[in-house]
Unconditional design. Structure first.
Ligand code: SAM
Length: 281
């Protein structure tokens, strides 16, 4: 799907480019004001400008519909424990898969986590680059960003194998990622990602779930992606465990927070799936 800068072009989007925001709410407003020092009066314009440039680089619904402004890692029930683990364990590491602008990483830094312990991973380098302009921290942030395709895994050489060092990450964040793909591709991605989490580590995140798990139309014409409920997500990780000689425990909840059944990417079955996948073997 080609993005164009002509706002009136029907090709620009398929319904997931909403009008410019006129308000930016907490907690991203607070993060932009306190971490990035964006003046309060400039926040709306700043967010609209980053959305514009991000959508031109990569026209995902999460960008066009401003979903990136909803910080959700901080709403996870383990958030405080994650912050504490990353702050107090010297060699603790965090890997954000499909990090986009790296917004959740900046929240962790704002909450006291040393930025050098955080790594962002995304196949789209321009989005991670734009993250520096979003958060105005190119000179100060010590986090690493790696341009990597999860599906290619170790075939990409050092850029991937370095992520496996020390047995993988303590905490992996994986939000709005698996739901982009078919179930078969989700399993393939999870098998690759399972190499990047250490024993005792966790994967946390949120994604679009459904009370009727199954395929829904995806953003590429004619393609589908799979939406889970907690049971199917658990079954997926059982299969991943068997294929990779690892073992995972899944906890999850589904709710309606942030769900708009009338939006172009949701329907009456859609739910927000919040999960924790713990590596126990
Ligand atoms: C829907 S966005 C979610 C961004 C962010 N995690 C959030 O919750 O707002 C999905 C992200 O996954 C990235 N992505 C898609 N396919 C990927 C792949 N094969 N390997 C790595 N990243 C990928 C996209 O570039 C995009 O930034």
């Amino acid at each position: 799907m080609a993005a164009t800068n002509d706002k009136s072009s029907p090709k620009r989007n398929r319904g997931w480019y909403q009008d410019d925001l006129t308000e930016v709410n907490e907690p991203i407003r607070r993060l932009l004001e306190s971490y990035s020092k964006v003046p309060s009066s400039d926040v709306v314009q700043h967010v609209n400008s980053i959305r514009e440039r991000g959508f031109a680089a990569n026209p995902y619904p999460c960008i066009g519909l401003y979903r990136f402004t909803n910080l959700t890692l901080i709403t996870h029930s383990l958030y405080d424990r994650i912050v504490s683990r990353l702050m107090t364990t010297d060699d603790a590491t965090y890997l954000d898969v499909g990090c986009c602008f790296g917004q959740d990483m900046r929240q962790l830094v704002q909450d006291g986590v040393p930025s050098a312990r955080l790594t962002g991973l995304d196949v789209a380098g321009p989005l991670m680059e734009l993250g520096y302009e979003f958060f105005l921290d190119r000179e100060t942030l010590q986090s690493r960003f790696v341009v990597t395709d999860v599906f290619q895994g170790p075939a990409q050489g050092a850029v991937w194998t370095e992520l496996e060092e020390r047995g993988g990450a303590d905490v992996m964040h994986c939000s709005a990622f698996f739901h982009l793909f078919t179930l078969e591709r989700q399993i393939a991605a999870a098998e690759q990602l399972s190499r990047l989490v250490k024993k005792g580590g966790i994967i946390v995140g949120r994604q679009m779930g459904s009370v009727k798990p199954g395929d829904v139309p995806a953003i590429q014409d004619g393609s589908v992606s799979y939406r889970h409920n907690v049971e199917t997500f658990n079954a997926m990780w059982r299969e991943v465990g068997e294929a990779t000689s690892t073992r995972w425990e899944v906890e999850g909840t589904m709710d309606m927070i942030g769900i708009n059944p009338n939006s172009p990417v949701e329907d009456e079955n859609s739910r927000r799936l919040l999960f924790t996948v713990s590596r126990v073997e």
